[in-house]
Design a protein around this ligand. Structure first.
Ligand code: KG4
Ligand code: ZN
Length: 353
């Protein structure tokens, strides 16, 4: 069962060939990140235009690397939401066209759910991947932490899940990106904060953890504001001082201490809730998914605090990629799930799980 997975929900044009939901035959990612970096965030029009330029060469490259021709492809899986509408459109229209021309079944994929499926990939002939040894077992508790989403989801089986809680405002990745901007670090902020935090003292500053009515819900906007207020205070200014002028006045040790203290609390917040959910629901496995799952501090805290073993996938499979989409597509095909209509599949920018 070979599925071509196409992902274009944000700034990555990503295509992979996945076999049987376990094996990555190719995983090609072209990112327009560099074009957005100077603006400090993704510019939707630039992302959409970059997808148009990249998508056909990336598909060709994924087929070539997988040593696969169209006749060997059993289906096409494509992300149809959530994401930026212009970006999603390029992937979906390309997938629809190919499904019609090449006469392949089409599977519509939820981006957030696909992130979880990066954990099912356990083998590859490709170099430079460190995958999990085993696929996770059900019931499965998933902590999904990305730039657009933060949620705890309990999967009873493939396609059968319940959201335990989710963010009521910012996503955790968004908080990393915003804090990075305040202290003058490069976009995307997650890796920049993680890197600088290594030289900082994570107990230098005390930031608050949000208290929620549903203990599995999240909130990160208060933490981001607490960082802003502390940074203003550190340079001797009040809350009216513009955030874009703060970074120049902070010393390198102050920036490193803010990065480390923020990261510790943000990560502790999601780990607290994951441990709580593990105790309540006793799942057979726990997985982390989404861009922030690449964070080493998250992996360290979870390994320390979860009363069960947890395996992690390659950080390259945590950020947006085609392999996770191809993987979920394989399971949909294997389960004979409804195919999407290649003549009418629409994008759903606000799709939730
Ligand atoms: O899953 P993803 O690639 O895109 C979305 O679906 O949102 O996640 C991107 C997010 C960004 O906010 C980025 O700053 C964050 O993941 N991120 C990280 C790390 N690598 C990426 N956050 C913390 N630590 C990292 N190492
Ligand atoms: Zn994502």
């Amino acid at each position: 069962m070979k599925i071509l997975g196409i992902e274009s929900s944000c700034d990555e044009t990503a295509v992979a060939v996945v076999d049987d939901g376990t094996t990555i035959l190719s995983n090609v990612v072209a990112s327009s990140m560099e074009l957005h970096a100077k603006y400090g965030g993704v510019i939707p029009e630039i992302a959409a235009r970059s997808h148009i330029e990249a998508i056909i060469p990336v598909i060709d490259s994924a087929l070539l690397t997988a040593n696969t021709s169209w006749s060997d492809i059993d289906g096409i899986a494509v992300t149809y939401g959530a994401g930026l509408s212009g970006s999603l459109l390029i992937g979906v229209l390309t997938a629809r066209t190919l499904a019609i021309i090449k006469r392949k079944p089409l599977y519509s994929i939820n981006h957030v759910e696909a992130h979880v499926y990066a954990n099912f990939l356990t083998s590859t002939p490709l170099n430079r991947y460190v995958l999990r040894e085993k696929s996770p077992l059900f019931p499965l508790l998933a902590l999904i932490v990305s730039g657009g989403h933060t949620q705890l989801v309990l999967f009873k089986n493939h396609g059968n899940h319940k959201i335990l809680g989710k963010t009521q405002d910012d996503a955790i990745g968004e908080a990393f990106d915003k804090v990075a901007k305040i202290i003058g670090l490069a976009y995307p902020g997650g890796p920049s904060i993680a890197n600088l935090a290594k030289s900082g003292n994570s107990s230098a500053y005390v930031f608050p953890k949000a208290k929620m009515t549903n203990s599995y819900d999240f909130s990160f906007s208060g933490l981001k504001t607490a960082v802003l207020r502390l940074a203003q205070e550190q340079i001797g200014e009040d809350f009216n001082f513009p955030s874009k002028n703060i970074a120049d006045r902070l010393s390198e040790p102050q920036k490193a201490n803010i990065a480390a203290s923020f990261q510790r609390i943000a990560i502790e917040t999601v780990v607290d809730k994951t441990v709580l959910a593990y105790r309540e629901f006793q799942p057979a496995s726990v997985v982390i998914a989404g861009g922030v799952a690449a964070n080493q501090e998250l992996r360290r805290q979870l390994t320390d605090r979860l009363p069960t073993e947890i395996e992690y996938t390659d950080p390259k499979l945590c950020t947006d990629n085609g392999a996770m989409v191809g993987c979920l597509g394989c399971f949909q095909a294997i389960d004979h799930r409804d195919q999407a209509d290649a003549y009418s599949l629409r994008v759903e920018p606000s799709l939730s799980m």
